[in-house]
Design a protein. Sequence first.
Length: 352
Amino acid sequence: MQNVIHLTVPSRIAPLEARITALLGCFAEHRRKGADVFWLKENAELLNILECTGQTVAPAALQTHAEFYDGAQARLEFFPQYYRFLLSIVLDLEELGDFGNSSQRMVEFARDKGLAEAELSDLQRAEARRLMMRRGVDPLRDPGLDDRLRGFCERTATFALPNKKAAYELTHIVYYLSEYGRRDPELGPKALTSLHFVGLTALLDQNADLLAEVCIALVYAGQEPPQDWTDWLERETAAFAVEAGDHVAVNDDYHEFLVLNWHQAVIGAPLFRKPLEQGRMRFDRGLRPRTALREISEAMLAMDRRSGDWDQMRRDIVPALSETSLEVLTTASQSSALFGAFFAGFARAGAA
């Protein structure tokens, strides 16, 4: 009779609480300095994702930010130009852990100094209002702001063309109007169409960061993103590599890593499923080929005549594409019922 010995191999993936603790420590202490604006940006992004997705954070993990929290008021007074970053971090720390009430004093300081009044764009004003309203302060009293934001979203022609600045502004408007999924942003059909147009552009461009933001915005608007988009984003999330060590450079793809995992949390999937370690880490996405978006654009630019009819143009575009780009285009065209309407604007037939 043979003896069968079963070996239990420990998983390299720690429990979620430990993974969150490792991330907080990495971004707070091991990538950049606290006086660096990039430190503010990275930590504001991570804390915002943890707060708006309702993650449980170990109290000890938040102690990495205790010194920053204690000096946040003085930092705001000296660096008022960074008030949105500073308010965001302090507000989220108070929501996630047992901190004091510095945010109330900081919000009142920002109101009294009229910091939101110095913003040039409605998007920045909306962010400032959203942050300060978390402590009951409306810094603008601008009843037309929401209407202007929705008007921007409803101009679908803007989003049928590759325009990353407008695309990210669209998704962030939905975040602010929905209070990060806590209320109905009251988007009309045209605004939802705009989100689909941006999603199609992102998929053709293989831009996982932007497509994840679009899918999050659709969920916050009460919509279900196309399954093909969600499936691709899950594969891109799994393809990320994390490297730890004091030597690693931090000019990496951390933002995309965070946004993809934010998307995972929003759809109810496991997040941060990587072997995360205490200390310095870098985050690298998998390699992606030349994008279908570029190949399609080059093919259309070379045409003497263009049509906004996708069924007609398909015959002329397909022979000019590589096998990989054709696969991406096929997936995109089948993923959304709005692809034909998207292509009508994307083709720019009237400019040929």
